[in-house]
Design a protein around this ligand. Sequence first.
Ligand code: NAP
Length: 270
Amino acid sequence: MTILSSISFIGGGNMATAMVKGLAGLQPRPRLTIAEPDPAKHGFLQSLGAVTTSDNLAAVAASELIVLAIKPQMAAAVVSALAPGWSSKKVLVTILAGTTSAKLAAFLPPGARVIRAMPNTPLAIGQGMVGLCKGAHATDADLALAEALFTPCGKVLRVADEERMDAITAISGSGPAYVFQFAEALLAGAQALGFSADEAALLVGQTLSGSAAYLMTQGVAQAATLRQQVTSPGGTTAAALQVLNAGDYVGLMTRAVAAAETRGRELGRG
Ligand SMILES: NC(=O)c1ccc[n+]([C@@H]2O[C@H](COP(=O)([O-])OP(=O)(O)OC[C@H]3O[C@@H](n4cnc5c(N)ncnc54)[C@H](OP(=O)(O)O)[C@@H]3O)[C@@H](O)[C@H]2O)c1
């Protein structure tokens, strides 16, 4: 098993916090250092067991595994300022949406090892889905290290070709928003049938969480079978699904994820 002994984060925001919470359960416990410019956040980050600093280079010096968890628009300024502290022993794991490993490596000394990761928001409760791939100079051992970094807070899918990260983003990165939009739509439907906001929240919340848990116990590949089991011919579910399918529900979803993948590719080129 890969041992994570010391990890530094550049940026101590939402995603870094979620990862630190997941890593806190590891034995042996890794030494965690977080570089965060806002001193008001330091106390909270320290309460999670991390050492904090406002100096990004101090965080780089503290570990060989460095997680980049800033906003993508800060990447050029922040990563180029890390270069003086970089060495061939270090690995950068980036979670920046739409930012290629090559773009980040170009700010660091030649041959810099970069792993690109695409997490999603359920990472915050240890239920994330993370896509991972190697940049040009990263090794299989680096990839294993990154996988060990994310496993405490979710599941990991490795892809060999970085272009596939746009497809990962389209499915699992943006996926929670599709589920939340579905929840919003079902809430609106429940209120249109006369339920109060609280009643609708109970009905929709328990239906979503129960259905997801049931699907997982049966296996996701059984989705169609489970749907058929609750759809008797001429019944109530069939009446609803007929409306959804008249709107080309599956085709709509397929076009939606294709649009997300295309947008990811455009942003990556920008
Ligand atoms: N949230 C998601 O669902 C999700 C999913 C996949 C990928 N990502 C990626 O994850 C990254 C982080 O997202 P997030 O939601 O964690 O953002 P966030 O909460 O805004 O965290 C970014 C942190 O970086 C800090 N920061 C700003 N300038 C810095 C600097 N010069 N050096 C070091 N730290 C600096 C910010 O501090 P201040 O607040 O003081 O500016 C903030 O605490 C983004 O690139 C995003 O694309 C997010």
